[in-house]
Ligand binder design. Structure first.
Ligand code: NAD
Length: 389
């Protein structure tokens, strides 16, 4: 069945190359590669045995693909996605963010609805075991009611200054940490805390170093559940790693710390200190539930060391925790694998998808874009932006 899928990939850059080689490995027939840079299209096409094009209109006519992957730069998603939908392509996998403006996001969303196409947005973090575990723990109420969170997802300064070669300045200038980085975080938060939605956004930005794109966005998101989360993303960090990704959530009964990638030699890991309401049997059952979701974690019953005299860390004498030591971010193409199985089986919850809820679609993309655009608008105007349901 999968061998019969015929795909075209639009955008033969970093992600387009990753997707095309993965699709070929999965037995999808990669028939066409499109890139406005002819040599990039030809290089990737020769790697995967495809035909190279510089215009997607020609590719649609020549190949009639039943799957199109859109991996163009952030502000350039609308045209190829809309063209694929108008050409009648039934399945589209598009890179995040859905778009960098609401006009673009709505144009894509409305056409997907009109054409009844299958449209996935590649929020790749959703397939990482560490994120599936975070989503599970929060949705199962193992921290009580989560009231506050903080997140930092920062790139090494080499990303906005070097990553796309001589195109870097233009690339980074056409996007920002709001669209490039916070799109991931915003999507993860909506997924972890579903069905809660962001209702209010307040953000600041900084513009002192790069000049062609903001250095930093730092935003406060208030959900309709009352949850408040601070989300911050920088492009000016001189760190050893390419990315630094940390989150922490405080519930009424527990705390979860997620250190997906440290900025230098800090050890990656994940720890959820759970509600004291749980029994050891509950703890073991939750460990089993996470293993079934592909997240192998340790169950701990421990006595946190008192730090000052009679005070015990966490406020309890013994504490039940789930813990993961290691990277925990899985294979970057895991979510695309789930999209392929979703196309094959006609369901948004195929067996290979281990996370809670359905796979991310244009609906998630629209909400994500609404929130990231509100972050940009709030930072520009200094106003709190209220989002309508
Ligand atoms: N899901 C993830 O975890 C993840 C990670 C990194 C990047 N991304 C996203 O993937 C997308 C692509 O990023 P990238 O780093 O591969 O960029 P890139 O610049 O390396 O690749 C984009 C390619 O698209 C081509 N292009 C531009 N306009 C085109 C058009 N109209 N028709 C055909 N080709 C066109 C460019 O020439 C370039 O080769 C971005 O939206 C980015 O945010 C996603």
């Amino acid at each position: 069945m999968m061998a019969q899928l015929k795909a075209g990939v639009i955008g033969a850059g970093i992600l387009g190359t990753q997707h095309a080689t993965y699709l070929a490995k999965r037995g999808v027939r990669v028939a066409a590669i499109v890139d406005v840079r002819r040599e990039a299209a030809e290089r990737l096409a020769s790697q995967v045995g495809a035909q190279a094009f510089t215009r997607y209109e020609e590719m649609f006519a020549a190949c009639k693909p039943d799957l199109v992957v859109v991996a163009t730069p952030d502000p350039l998603h609308r045209e190829p996605s809309v063209a694929a939908l108008e050409a009648g392509v039934p399945n589209i996998i598009q890179e995040k963010p859905l778009a960098t403006t609401m006009e673009d996001a709505e144009a894509i969303y409305n056409l997907v609805e009109q054409r009844r196409a299958r449209f996935f947005v590649n929020y790749a973090n959703r397939a990482a075991p560490m994120d599936i575990a975070t989503c599970h723990v929060i949705r199962e109420g193992l921290l009580g009611r989560v009231v506050y969170g903080e997140s930092r997802l920062d790139d090494n300064i080499s990303v906005p200054t070097q990553m796309w070669g001589e195109r870097t300045r233009q690339w980074a200038g056409g996007s920002s940490t709001a669209h490039f980085l916070l799109s991931h975080v915003v999507d993860l938060l909506r997924w972890y805390f579903s069905p809660a939605e962001v209702r209010e956004v307040y953000a600041i930005s900084q513009h002192e170093v790069l000049g062609y794109t903001p250095d930093v966005y730092d935003a406060y998101l208030t959900f309709d559940s009352g949850l408040k989360v601070r989300v911050k993303a920088e492009w000016i960090k001189h760190i050893d790693e390419l990315v630094e990704f940390y989150m922490c959530f405080s519930g009424s009964e527990g705390t979860l710390i997620y250190n997906k990638r440290g900025g230098f030699n800090t050890l990656p890991g994940w720890r959820a200190n759970l509600s004291a309401r749980l029994t050891v049997e509950d703890l073991l059952a939750q460990r089993e539930a996470l293993a079934a979701r592909g997240a192998t974690v340790r169950a701990l019953v421990h006595q946190p060391s008192p730090t000052t005299g009679w005070l015990s860390a966490g406020g309890e004498k013994t504490m039940l925790s789930l813990e993961y030591q290691g990277l925990g971010y899985g294979d970057p193409e895991d979510l695309v694998g789930c999209f392929l199985e979703s196309i094959e089986q006609g369901t948004l919850t195929p067996p290979s998808w281990k996370g809670p809820g359905p796979l991310p679609t244009h609906e998630d993309g629209l909400k994500q874009t609404q929130i990231t655009c509100a972050i940009v608008e709030s930072a520009q105007t200094g106003r709190v932006i209220t989002l309508n349901p």
